[in-house]
Design a protein around this ligand. Structure first.
Ligand code: G4P
Length: 523
């Protein structure tokens, strides 16, 4: 079992839409032999779609089931890439996927630098101390100066970088990258795919070979590398594994340039499956008995088959087909006759899966995000929190005869993580919170087609949902009473304060120093 575990590397590629995540994923799969031609991976990116095109979006989400997890072997390792949605309205899905990985590759566009989505995603990585490798993409375009880019990344993402490769010029004058770790030059030729033969070993940068190859760019490279060595010192894998230092690579995904360096370093340094915390104890990946948690649920968009796929991250033991497992929240035993794993765009029935693997389980409504499976122990994995939504709307039933269907529908859809549900304590108003407008259309459509319930959404001006707690139960009670019109409970009956503006939130924090306000449902 130990050798199976140490073989595995489970990670996600994250980026702001359009930075090149899909292109990079594809190149990695090509290296792993999981696909053989470029363009084989159906992008689950929802291309600049108008909101009215939500069925198309659902269809694309459907396609993305197949590419949710892509497994390939490279350098004797088994690599699981967990895909994340490209559209920002589905960033909740991405946050949850990050709970199921052991490391992350972050793609930054060299022209655009750090973008909003990148900042939010990195916040989640920092919270969890997830090891990150940064890939600055599109060096073939006239991007920003690499030192300025690095400053921007370190500043905006609060992370320390350590360049392991360095670009020689950029845009139309881009010559290639110098590998600071293996000391070789990789020269770029537009339109051709990089191979190992293009690598030129350079043990001493003062060698006149460098001048011959790079012309007047040689002097700049020497200056840059001297500065980097002075400022950054040597690279320690330990700092990376602790989430303190992010190794940095430069390249061009579309030209497959700099990608192999990235992958080779990734298999060498990225962590294998890590221990995971539960409410009661830490679970080690090499424990005999199976444990795992559900981090994502995918609905089948075909209304005739209302089954769903729950994605289980295996945290310890061996997952076996047809064996009974204990669903700790429901206190019930379940077994799975056709669990699936995912290899590029095909689904395969799996007989066994190990720590670090992701298994797709067909489900008829037993699972919600965060659910734990074990062989009998009463465990609940932690670290799968909800984050405050950004858009809030009141759910209004349009057909009083169908209120039961609406209740059931909204409850199941929010179990899947399509949106969050808050119930206002004073009057039972149901408030749906999402990170994007798209979800409201998706919910409305699915409630009607899958549950026969019709609803409308009324916009309400809430800015943020914050979870509250206090060491002083009397103060907490008093706060909840005073703020009754702004208090709600989430799906787990936890109290949530709905702030109407950032200013109100700050003021409330000042007024109630004994109350703790939390940005996530776990604290
Ligand atoms: P995403 O998944 O992060 O959203 O990005 P994706 O890989 O789809 O890439 C976004 C666009 O950037 C694509 O162009 C892609 O071809 C381009 N791209 C990716 N890597 C590089 C690179 O190294 N250099 C340059 N110049 N472009 C790159 P598109 O026109 O939006 O799509 P397509 O029609 O090419 O698929």
């Amino acid at each position: 079992m130990q050798s199976e575990i140490s073989k595995r590397k489970t990670f996600a590629i994250i980026s702001h839409p359009d930075a090149g995540k899909t292109t990079l994923t594809e190149k990695l799969l090509l290296f792993g032999g999981a696909i053989h031609t470029a363009g084989a991976v159906k992008s689950n990116k929802i291309k600049k779609t108008a909101t009215s095109d939500f069925m198309e979006i659902e269809k694309q989400r459907g396609i993305s089931v197949a590419t949710s997890v892509m497994t390939f072997e490279y350098g004797g390792k088994l690599i699981n890439i967990l895909d994340t949605p490209g559209h920002k309205d589905f960033s909740e899905d991405t946050y949850r996927t990050l709970t199921a990985v052991d490391s992350v590759i972050l793609v930054v566009d060299s022209v655009k630098g750090v973008e909003t989505q990148t900042e939010r995603l990195m916040e989640v990585c920092r919270m969890r101390k997830t090891p990150v490798i940064v890939f600055i993409n599109k060096l073939d375009r006239d991007g920003q100066d690499p030192f300025i880019l690095m400053d921007e990344i370190e500043d905006k993402l609060s992370i320390h970088l350590r360049p392991l490769s360095w670009p020689i010029n950029r845009g139309p004058f881009f010559k290639g990258v110098y590998n600071l770790y293996d000391h070789h030059l990789n020269l770029f030729q537009a339109g051709t795919q990089a191979t190992d033969e293009n690598l030129i070993s350079i043990q001493d940068l003062n060698d006149e070979k460098v001048d011959k190859l790079l012309g007047k760019d040689a002097a700049q490279l020497r200056d840059d590398i001297e500065l980097i060595d002075e400022v950054y010192g040597s690279f320690e894998t330990d700092g990376y594994l602790k989430g303190d230092i992010a190794p940095l690579f430069f390249g061009s995904a579309i030209n497959n340039f700099g990608v192999k360096e990235l992958l080779d370093t990734f298999v060498r340094i990225a962590p294998s499956p890590q221990p995971r915390m539960t409410e009661t104890r830490e679970v080690m990946p090499n424990e005999d008995k199976l444990t795992g948690f559900v981090f994502k649920i995918h609905a089948n968009i075909d209304p005739n088959h209302r089954n769903r796929i729950a994605f289980l991250r295996v945290c310890s033991g061996v997952f076996e087909r047809n064996k009974f497992y204990f669903h700790t929240r429901l206190n019930k035993k379940l077994r799975f006759s056709s669990p699936v794993t995912f290899l590029a765009s095909t689904k395969n029935i799996v007989d066994e899966a190990y720590s670090g693997d992701v298994v797709g389980l067909y489900d008829t409504g037993n699972f919600k995000i965060g659910d734990t499976l074990t062989e009998g122990e009463d465990l609940h994995f932690t670290g799968i929190p909800s984050f405050s939504p950004e858009i809030f709307k009141e759910l209004i039933n349009k057909d009083p005869m169908k209120s039961k269907q609406l209740e059931k529908g909204i409850s199941q859809l929010t179990d899947e993580g399509v949106a969050q549900l808050f119930t206002v304590t004073s009057n039972n108003t149901k408030i749906v919170g999402t990170v994007g407008e798209l979800q409201f259309e998706v919910i409305q459509y699915r409630l009607l087609h899958e549950y026969g319930a019709s609803c409308i959404f009324k916009p309400i001006q809430f800015h943020k949902a914050v979870w509250i707690s206090s060491d002083n139960p009397a103060k907490l009670k008093e706060f909840i009473r005073t703020k009754t019109n702004y208090m709600a409970i989430d799906k787990d009956d936890k109290p949530v304060f709905l702030a109407t503006s950032e200013w109100i939130l700050q003021l409330t924090k000042q007024d109630y120093p004994e109350i703790q306000f939390h940005n996530t449902s776990e604290f």
